[in-house]
Design a protein around this ligand. Structure first.
Ligand code: ZN
Length: 486
C-alpha cells in the first residue's frame, strides 16, 4: 500500500464494435471488433489503472532508457504512426506486458533479471509485437478476459469478491492469455525489431532460459511471453534460427549486446519486495512510510498493492481490506465510502482506536435487482472502522455475508481496534535490498564470488539465476556481477 487514494471508478470500458481492418503485420484482412481509435482509447483508459495497481518505479534515468529504446524500436515497427508509451512499474514480479494502442510496461523485477541490453531489447520487441500485430484486439474479440487477483481467487462468494476487489478492477485486460500463434508471432517480431535497431537477438533466446530456471525455483506466476508455450525448447531453437536469419537480412555483423552498459544502469535498482510500501512480519502488517501497524488474523492470506491491503481466510468466506479514503473529516470519508461501495448504514458510533479518533460503522449491501432475478444472492454485511491519523482517513473494512457476520465480528473488530501508530525503529527504518554491480577482482567461480560478497548459502542459486550463470562457472577477473546490499 502506498500513498494512493482509492478511486472507485477505475473500471475500463470495453468498446466492442464490429469492424474489419487490415492487419499491419500480416497485411491480411482481420475481423476485429475495434477500430484503431477505440484501441487507443482502451489503452489510454486502462493506463491509469495499471499505474494505480503497481505504481511507477521512481528512477528517471531508467524510465528515460526504456522510453528511448522503445521509441527507437516503434519507429522501425509495422505501426510507427501510433503514439507509444513505455514505463517501468514498481513491482518485484518478473513480467512485461502491453496494452492495445501503444502502452508497454516492464516491471522492475524483469529489469533486474536482464543481463544485457540485447535481452531487454528482445522482450521489448516481443511486447511491441503484440501491439503491432493487434493481438489483444483480436483476443478481446473472443471475450476471454481472465479475472485474476490472488484474493479474488481465494474468495468463494462472488459478491464478497466484487466488493473487495478494488485493486484489480479494470485490469482484466492485462491478464489476457495470448494464443500460442500470437506468442510465436511476437517472438518473431521481437527478433526483427531488436535486430533492426542493432541488437543481438540471440540473447533473447538465452533470456528464456533465465526465466525457466527462475520459475522452476520459485513457482512464481508465469510472465506473458512464457505463458502459452508448452515446449520452451522449440521456442529457444526457433528464436536462434530467426536471429541468424534476421542478422543476415539486415547485414548486421556487429550485433550489440551491451552487457556492462546495462548492468551499470541497474546498479541500485530495488530488488524483491519493498518493505517501505508495507510488509508483514510475524502476522503483523507494518507500514514504515505511513507509520502504522495492525495484526493479520492468524491463518489468513494477504495481498499488498499500492491501493489496498487485503486479507482473507483460507475458505474465502470473508475478507478485510485497508485503504485510504479522501475527506476532510471522518464523516465526509464515511459518506464517500458508503456511496462508493453502495452501502446502507445500519448503525454507526464515534469511538477511539489507540487514542486516534474513529468511526465504527455496520453497513449492508443489498443484492442488485438484476442479480437477484438470476440467482439467490445474499445480503453482504460490513464492519468498517474509519480512523483519522496523520491527516489521512484509514478505512479497515470487514466484509462477509449477513449470515456469517456474527462469526466474524470478533475477528474484524479486534483487528481494527489494534490499528496503532508504528514506533519501533527497526520497522520504521526497514530498507529494501538493492542490486549492486561489483567488478570481480580475481578470477574465481561464481559461487566463491557471491560468497565473498556476503550472499548467504541458501540464496546462491537465486543469484546464479539473476546473473544468468551457473554457480560452478569460472568468472574472469574484471567481469561485472550482480549482488545485493541494503
Ligand atoms: Zn507475449
Amino acid at each position: 500500500m502506498k500513498k494512493y487514494i482509492v478511486s472507485t471508478s477505475i473500471a475500463a470500458v470495453l468498446l466492442l464494435f464490429n469492424s474489419c481492418a487490415t492487419n499491419p503485420v500480416t497485411g491480411k484482412r482481420d475481423i476485429v471488433l475495434m477500430s484503431e481509435e477505440q484501441e487507443i482509447a482502451l489503452g489510454a483508459q486502462s493506463d491509469p489503472a495499471v499505474l494505480a495497481q503497481f505504481g511507477l518505479y521512481e528512477d528517471k534515468a531508467l524510465q528515460q532508457f526504456i522510453q528511448q529504446k522503445g521509441q527507437a524500436m516503434a519507429a522501425v515497427s509495422h505501426r510507427p504512426e501510433l503514439k507509444y508509451d513505455f514505463k517501468v512499474v514498481d513491482s518485484p514480479v518478473i513480467n512485461a506486458f502491453a496494452l492495445p494502442g501503444g502502452y508497454v510496461y516492464f516491471t522492475r523485477g524483469i529489469m533486474a533479471h536482464f543481463n544485457n541490453e540485447a535481452q531487454f531489447a528482445g522482450v521489448l520487441g516481443h511486447e511491441i509485437g503484440h501491439i503491432t500485430a493487434r493481438h489483444s484486439v483480436q483476443q478481446q474479440s473472443k471475450a476471454t478476459l481472465a479475472q485474476v487477483g490472488l484474493i479474488g481467487a481465494m474468495v468463494i462468494s462472488p459478491e464478497i469478491a466484487q466488493l473487495g476487489d478494488v485493486a484489480s478492477q479494470g485490469l482484466g485486460l492485462l491478464f489476457l492469455k495470448f494464443g500460442r500463434d500470437d506468442e510465436r508471432e511476437s517472438d518473431e517480431l521481437g527478433v526483427e525489431y531488436s535486430t533492426k535497431i542493432g541488437y543481438d537477438a540471440d540473447e533473447m533466446a538465452d533470456f528464456f532460459l533465465t526465466l525457466q530456471r527462475q520459475q522452476a525455483g520459485s513457482g512464481q506466476a508465469i510472465p506473458d511471453f512464457l505463458s502459452t508455450h508448452p515446449n520452451p525448447g522449440d521456442r529457444y531453437t526457433k528464436v536462434h534460427e530467426l536471429a541468424a536469419a534476421w542478422k543476415k537480412k539486415e547485414n548486421l555483423t556487429n550485433a550489440k549486446v551491451a552487457r556492462n552498459d546495462y548492468l551499470k544502469r541497474i546498479d541500485g535498482l530495488v530488488y524483491g519486495e519493498d518493505p517501505r510500501q508495507g510488509f508483514v512480519e510475524n502476522s503483523v502488517f507494518y507500514h514504515p512510510e505511513l507509520k502504522f501497524r495492525f495484526p493479520v488474523p492468524s491463518g489468513w492470506g494477504y495481498q499488498n498493492t499500492p491501493q489496498v491491503f487485503q486479507m482473507a481466510p483460507k475458505d474465502g468466506s470473508a475478507m478485510m481490506n485497508l485503504m485510504l479514503v479522501p475527506g476532510e473529516t471522518l464523516e465526509a470519508a464515511a459518506q464517500a465510502l458508503m456511496q462508493g461501495f453502495n452501502l446502507q448504514p445500519v448503525e454507526s458510533k464515534s469511538t477511539t482506536v489507540n487514542g486516534l479518533p474513529a468511526l465504527a460503522i455496520v453497513a449492508d449491501q443489498q443484492p442488485q435487482q438484476q442479480a437477484q432475478q438470476q440467482q439467490q444472492q445474499q445480503v453482504i454485511r460490513t464492519l468498517t472502522y474509519l480512523i483519522r491519523y496523520g491527516n489521512n482517513n484509514y478505512s479497515l473494512m470487514g466484509i462477509t455475508t449477513a449470515d456469517n457476520f456474527d462469526n466474524y465480528f470478533q475477528t474484524f473488530s479486534s483487528t481494527m481496534q489494534s490499528f496503532a501508530e508504528l514506533k519501533e525503529a527497526d520497522k520504521l527504518n526497514r530498507k529494501p535490498e538493492r542490486i549492486r554491480i561489483v567488478t570481480v577482482p580475481q578470477t574465481a567461480t561464481l559461487s566463491q564470488i557471491l560468497q565473498n560478497n556476503n550472499i548467504k548459502q541458501d540464496r546462491l542459486e537465486e543469484f546464479a539465476i539473476l546473473n544468468g550463470m551457473e554457480l560452478t562457472d569460472r568468472v574472469e577477473k574484471g567481469t561485472m556481477v550482480k549482488v545485493v546490499s541494503h
